[in-house]
Design a protein around this ligand. Sequence first.
Ligand SMILES: Cc1cc2nc3c(=O)[nH]c(=O)nc-3n(C[C@H](O)[C@H](O)[C@H](O)COP(=O)(O)O)c2cc1C
Length: 206
Amino acid sequence: MYAILKKDMEDFRSLCQHRRSIRTYQDREVEPEKIHYMLQCALMAPSSKRTNPWEFVVVRDQQTLRRMEACRTYGSGMFRTAQAAIVVALDPELTDTWQADGAIAAEHLLLAAEEQGLGACWCQVLNRPAAPQREKTADAQREKTAVCDRDGKPCGAEELIRELCGIPETLRVLCVISLGYKDEERKDYDLDKLKYEKVHQERIEN
Ligand SMILES: Cc1cc2nc3c(=O)[nH]c(=O)nc-3n(C[C@H](O)[C@H](O)[C@H](O)COP(=O)(O)O)c2cc1C
């Protein structure tokens, strides 16, 4: 029993070591069964008082995926080649821990994707401005003065994703997890180089 447990723990650590953010994907379809597997993992994520405040939107339409890149100025390049995506939206009325609940479910998606041999990346949507009209916005001011191209009205990344995926106003959009077969190599985490100084015993300050 202990041997089995020990092996599983080692496997989980290896999975954590291998999982890196992958932002470039092959032009190859992601099997629906793999996405189904990932969603099963997300639906088993813990949530405060078991409120399950999440809603997941699976996006496979290539046009919608490409349009998602416009949700941010920087940090949304993964949608240039993403073959699928899962939007993580939450109902803030159900629990005040909705952001934490969403983040845990999203991490389940990321780890399950790695286990399925897929690359994935978190694209932050909540509290992020949308891509500005590039020619009108000075580099240094981009994130601050961003306005959406749509009708010239101010618009956050959340509104753009909401519109693309038909997400009602009652839900908040935390992030979109982009997916695809990896087309870039990332180094595994090195156990010897982890930031062990972040770990404290009993107290941080005396
Ligand atoms: C809350 C959160 C928000 C993130 N937002 C973005 C994002 O908008 N765009 C992006 O390319 N990566 C994003 N990432 C991925 C991080 O940049 C990445 O996890 C970090 O650099 C560590 O690299 P690794 O995932 O390869 O270990 C986000 C990750 C988290 C946890």
